[in-house]
Design a protein. Sequence first.
Length: 278
Amino acid sequence: MKKSAYQSRYKSNFNTAGAMQIVSQRSVRRITMLLGLAFCFGFIAMQQVVRAESVTYSNTIKTEYQYAAKVACSLLLPHQDGSLARGTYRTIVNIHNPGDKKITIAAKVALATQMGSEPGPFDVTPFKGITLQPDGAVGVNCFDVAGYFCPIDGVCVDFAFLEGFLVIKSPVPLDVVSVYTARHTDGDVESIDVETVQPHKIRDTVKLGSTQSSKPGEGKRIDYPPKGSAAYNDYKPRQMCGGIAAFPCPEGMKCVDDPTDDCDPTKGGADCAGICVK
């Protein structure tokens, strides 16, 4: 029996529709597979980016507030170069975290140099990180400030005295209070002043330097001002040692507690600086 023209057209249309349906199903499966692979590779790539960002962020912190606390420190000998009245000056900067979360802040030291002088390699130190617990506080004294200069590119600077700023950067507002004391070259404290340091709103991403101090005998040490210069006025300076930066003594000398400061290691004083004696 001959098929009618209608039946032939119907069968042809049916075969074409079936073929299209098969192709469509295969295309859907291929697209689904490609999307699945893309998602997997995208997820892996995203994980790699997250890991890379976390690694980078471990050496940097994002900050929004900056504090500049003045520091004046007589270390190896009293100030006597004419920048301040002859005497012994000390500073301690107290930093308090008023929040309920642990935070990491950054701090560096910027020296106050003579106007018109050329920039030097030790004018501004690298940043160091400081961890503050919720409602926690820390005090940065003159010997801590001196520790920021040891080491810098393998060199430790032993300051007889220094002036400048402790620059603090934080992601949240802080309470920053500086305490200043002064006295004659010998004797007890004669003056004290307390100053609240106000913040500047400065957004920044800060790269943290190494927090490790140099080991005894490592690196090069230089004196500032150089010993024997006019700044000493024939005053024989004492060699500072110990402290938070663990300054070593020259060969043949030992480190003992400095009886002229107010830090007593036998009465709970932590990281007290000492003097070198034979």
